[in-house]
Design a protein around this ligand. Structure first.
Ligand code: CA2
Length: 145
């Protein structure tokens, strides 16, 4: 059966393509969704692509993934650096998780160097812009083999 990946985008990522293209690239979130949908189809997977500005909503989606999805790709935005709740939800759901960031968080301010998500992820892809999301699909495919 076709495997399903839940793709979660956190706060302010709905603004992609409108501001700060020098940091986050020119693609909108809709562009990234379209590219991921095509990439996932090419490796016979489905994606369920979402964005929320609310921590609790993201926690709820992760809990639902236990029943409805095979893996999670997450760019938690600024919640990456603050959210024990998202980390705990990812640990509890027990599905392979790949963490993605558009920018290289280790080349930026010190407060971005720590990620709570990484403790619950198989691995981290950071600094490759929108391409990182496509790399994450390959990573998930490999994890689910
Ligand atoms: O590099 C990434 O993908 C980040 O997760 C993006 C977050 C940032 O807080 C993380 O440290 C790294 C910020 C997302 C905000 O996106 C915007 C896009 C366009 C305009 C303004 C914000």
């Amino acid at each position: 059966m076709t495997k399903s990946i839940l793709v979660i985008n956190g706060p302010n990522l709905n603004l992609l393509g409108t501001r700060e293209p020098e940091i986050y690239g020119a693609d909108t979130l809709g562009d990234i969704k379209d590219k991921m949908t095509a990439k996932a189809a090419s490796v016979e997977m489905d994606i369920d692509f979402r964005q929320s500005n609310t921590e609790g909503e993201i926690v709820g989606w992760i809990q639902e993934a236990r029943e409805h999805h095979d893996a999670i790709i997450i760019n938690a935005g600024a919640l990456t650096h603050t959210s024990v709740a998202i980390m705990d939800a990812l640990l509890a759901v027990d599905k392979p998780c790949v963490e993605v960031h558009l920018s290289n968080i280790f080349k930026r301010e010190k407060f971005r160097h720590h990620s709570y998500i990484s403790a619950a992820a198989v691995g981290l892809i950071t600094g490759f812009g929108a391409t990182g999301y496509l790399m994450a699909v390959d990573a998930v495919k490999n994890e689910l083999k």
